[in-house]
Design a protein around this ligand. Sequence first.
Ligand SMILES: C[S@@+](CC[C@H](N)C(=O)[O-])C[C@H]1O[C@@H](n2cnc3c(N)ncnc32)[C@H](O)[C@@H]1O
Length: 489
Amino acid sequence: MLLSPAGVDQLREALTAARYTSSGIAERLGSRATSGLARNDFRAALRATMDRDPLATLIRLFVCGQTEPEAAVRAALAPLPLAEALAGGLVEPYGDGLRQGVDLEPYGDNWWVLSDVPASARPGRPLPPDHVLGIGGASTTLLGATIRRPVATALDLGTGSGVQALHLTEHARSVTATDISDRALRFAATTAALNGYRWELLKGDLVAPVAGRRFDLVVSNPPFVVGPGTATHSYRDSGRVGDGIAAELAAAAPDLLTEGGTMQYLANWLHVAGEDWGERVAGWFTGTGLDAWVVQREVAEPMAYVDLWLTDAGEAPDPDRIAAWLDWFDAHKVEAIGFGLISLRRGGHDDPVVRVEDLRQQVQPPMGEQIAAWFDRQDWLRARDEDRLLATRFRAADGLRLRQEAAMGDEGWVVDRQVLVMSHGLRWSEEVDPLVLALVGGANGQVPLRDQLAVLALAHDVPAEDLAEAAGPIVAHLVERGILVPVAD
Ligand SMILES: C[S@@+](CC[C@H](N)C(=O)[O-])C[C@H]1O[C@@H](n2cnc3c(N)ncnc32)[C@H](O)[C@@H]1O
């Protein structure tokens, strides 16, 4: 840990007494200054904290990144001795006072998360190789996508500050977290202790520290950056070539999960010229026996990608480094880099479902519940043969909308494109033909699918058996996407 166990208790006492929590800070600063913080505009917050009582000093130090007088810092951290705070790197001498040595972020209702000071707060100073990442965009993407159902055992691979483990504590009876970096493990241990939690913290490369063990839920925001395999920063570089880390985690998943267990991780993958990126990624799950759902949320072209990650680490643009990275992409025919979430489930089926899809539209959070529902729908479908599907009554999803495109013809408007759009959740859109549209439109939960199809066959003058046969996969697809909802028997 960064501090002794007694020091962590003393720090918690200081933070609690001062009300250095999200709500305590918001109340102290008022809405205008608080909303300024979100834009890194600290002017109003600094005006509101001139009197330097303990809460004011903590806000100035750890939220606004100011250098504060030693006496004020000593008083704000008491009963934690200032000498221990300095030795643990919590604060550091700077100019004529002290400034933050770490990021100490009030998080959620009553949590604190410790991480390294971000690059943006130390302009011109590149991040050290073992920089411990704070709560960033990727962290929150995974947090929102994690299935939050109660589990016995959970694992966070590459825990860093411990933010994923913190949330796992709310719905897992035991939490294990790993990291390759000693520094990260010290931060995670301090985050756990400061919040009064006990996690099993293990050091090692990816799944090595938990070899032979299984978990009900595994989450990972790994160092997923793709490229030649150069490793300069542990928070982003795995040392694996290309998108090897994502493939490696896929291969490790079957031995890591309990029966029914779920693994969710973030990944970058390569779009290689002449290859279908989806097929390439789906190939990682061949033979794993896992249900897999991969959703691509972003796509970047190589130059923008390299630029993003060099800026992220506060690195000065180094033409040789940029050229080497881009040359590797060129040599491997990489046209773009996808980013997204991989959700895997060990369902113990002989016929696992593997879906890879582009989901770059705005989705309605939290995604975790939608992902859980997707796996539930796979179970529902798997338990039904064609006969049972035809005997099921369906209704159309709530809030379903129809978008039409029409062209002006000789006799007026001719509709040439019809798209069903889910107005909530994952906001799927699905181009449909008039027959499918009629099927969905007629799904009112009253009659079994078989009877609905018979009416449609008559109306569209097609043989009922042909329609029933063709409808199976279409209905299954619409159920998978939640567009058709089975009504309980
Ligand atoms: C992107 S950070 C994620 C931190 C945190 N879990 C989050 O969501 O914000 C990746 C973490 O993985 C760790 N890491 C890097 N390489 C690793 C490896 N080979 N095995 C285990 N952990 C690794 C890094 O030290 C870092 O803490």
